[in-house]
Write a protein that binds this ligand. Structure first.
Ligand SMILES: [Ca+2]
Length: 510
């Protein structure tokens, strides 16, 4: 029996490809990634200079991006691709066998994949605050997702990551979800990406985001005009804007933050992709399937296609070898529409399913291809690492909680030593997905998790027990005391305040 429900991606969606080809003529070209020979994989800045000089002969585009007199290479472009609510176990390169992510998997083959990367929070806004500031959400003062009318917002006193790139001479742009402010349309003062160092903010929201809005018109921004033919799909639109940003800024170093709204609930895949996944063996039923969710798979494929479009665009413009690509997510998958198995829990919880994230970095010639790192890293590290990667230093005014992982990027066999990474997630009301007011830290293989309401402390050995099924707190009281002291000291240093929750009664959407 051979029902061809599992068509190869390239052959599957002729309409989609035809549309993309009409908008991006170069997408018809074969993606032709050259693997770097071993001796070129770990390159000093001197050898990079030489390489770039050679490449400039090949590419007029790249030559135009070279400083005329010095012959030194331009600073690398940085493209940071963020999925929303995408769990650790959803990608093919992280072991998923239902979803199809060939382009993201290719990123992993051509770059470095982290197994122990974490979001600094189990929900949206605090992750985004950590990314933009390099600081723990507790220090920034954003520890829960911001409501549409929230008075709280990312303070303009920060030298954000975008500002750091601007100071280094980069064109800066973001596409998609910001979620670090309340909205004027909802009665709050509004602090959009453009006041935080982004030259351009495209398809960003100016109203509350929750509830999903994936087909035009978009309820989170009713002023956005449709650009794609047919029923415009939000993920495709974000991909389009990202590729066009790259085209516009090909002649100068750029920082592009592509922040997808997907795969946040309510899940809604494009009909043609949805049909493909609904017909796969073992497909879950509907948008609330807790396993093999066809809507989630369809949305993820749209994100993955965007990664492919970006790689092809970089290749055709001759920019691939001088561009850093990062792919990650802001918190774990929602347990009511997917499973984060083998991890426990999901979004809103401080179990691994809520905070451990996929993270892939590709940088030809610098980050060795097809490598994996067990380095423990939190989203607070992106700022220090990326600024280091472009040869800058963080502004002394911007305190860095994160550390640069550039040594690990260059040599994944290395480890950057750190005492621990921390979480502070105080909730006045439990999260509607089940998250409780609490804190946690991970130090080496050990993780301690504290429930602020009950005072309960759980201890897990993540090397032996990634699923957090075996609480060792009673067996190892000394370890518990040691780690709890570290957590308390960290709270005192960051000004983190414990909040106990009132009984759950409010049901607010994120
Ligand atoms: Ca999120």
């Amino acid at each position: 029996m051979s029902k061809h429900n599992e068509k190869p991606m390239e052959a599957g969606d002729e309409e989609e490809l035809a549309l993309l080809r009409s908008r991006f003529p170069d997408t018809g070209q074969k993606l032709n990634i050259q693997h770097q020979p071993n001796h070129q994989r770990i390159m000093t800045s001197i050898t990079r200079t030489t390489m770039t000089g050679v490449m400039a002969v090949i590419s007029c585009t790249l030559m135009s991006a070279m400083p005329a007199a010095s012959g030194t290479p331009t600073k690398p472009n940085v493209i940071f691709i963020l999925a929303d609510d995408l769990g650790w176990a959803e990608l093919g390169c992280y072991g998923n066998t239902f979803n199809e992510t060939p382009n993201i998997d290719a990123l992993a083959r051509q770059g470095l994949r982290f197994t122990d990367a974490y979001a600094a929070a189990p929900v949206c806004s605090p992750f985004r605050a950590s990314l933009m500031t390099g600081q723990w959400p507790a220090r920034v003062g954003i520890t829960d997702y911001l409501r549409a009318n929230d008075k709280k917002h990312l303070g303009t006193g920060h030298v954000t990551l975008a500002k750091a790139f601007k100071e280094a001479g980069y064109a800066t742009g973001m596409v998609g979800k910001w979620h670090l402010t309340g909205y004027q349309n909802e009665g709050a003062e509004e602090f959009p990406p453009t006041v935080h160092g982004f030259d351009e903010a495209l398809v960003s929201e100016n109203r509350g985001i929750g509830g999903g809005s994936y087909f035009f018109p978009y309820h989170f921004n009713r002023e956005i005009k449709q650009r794609l033919p047919g029923t415009e799909y939000l993920v495709d639109r974000c991909n389009l804007e990202a590729v066009e940003f790259i085209e516009r800024h090909q002649a100068q170093p750029f920082f592009l933050y592509l922040s997808h709204y997907a795969v946040h609930t309510r899940l809604a895949g494009k009909p043609e992709l949805l049909a493909k996944y609904e017909n796969k063996p073992n497909a879950g039923k509907g948008a609330k399937a807790r396993e093999n969710n066809p809507h989630l798979a369809a949305q993820l494929q749209s994100i993955d296609e965007g990664v492919g479009m970006i790689m092809k665009k970089l290749e055709s413009l001759g920019l691939m070898d001088n561009t850093i690509l990062v792919f990650t997510s802001d918190n774990g998958g929602e347990s009511n529409v997917t499973t984060n198995r083998p991890l426990r829990g999901g979004k809103s919880t401080l179990y691994e399913g809520g905070i451990r994230e996929p993270l892939i970095v590709k940088w030809p010639g610098v980050v060795p291809a097809d490598t994996v790192s067990g380095q423990i890293t939190s989203s607070v590290d992106f700022y220090a690492t990326l600024v280091d990667a472009i040869g800058s230093k963080p502004d002394p005014k911007q305190k860095m909680d994160g550390v640069s992982l550039l040594p690990v990027w260059r040599d994944p066999a290395k480890h950057v030593a750190r005492e621990a990474i921390y979480w502070h997630y105080p909730l006045a009301v439990p999260h509607f997905l089940g998250g409780k007011s609490g804190g946690a830290l991970r130090s080496g293989k050990w993780k301690l998790k504290e429930d602020f309401n009950t005072g309960a402390l759980e201890l897990f050995d993540l090397e032996e027990d990634i699923g957090e099924t075996n609480d060792l707190a009673e067996k190892m009281p000394a370890k518990v005391t040691e780690m709890h002291s570290m957590l308390k000291a960290w709270r005192a240093e960051t000004g983190a305040v414990i909040i106990k929750s009132a009984p759950a009664k409010l049901k607010k959407k994120q």
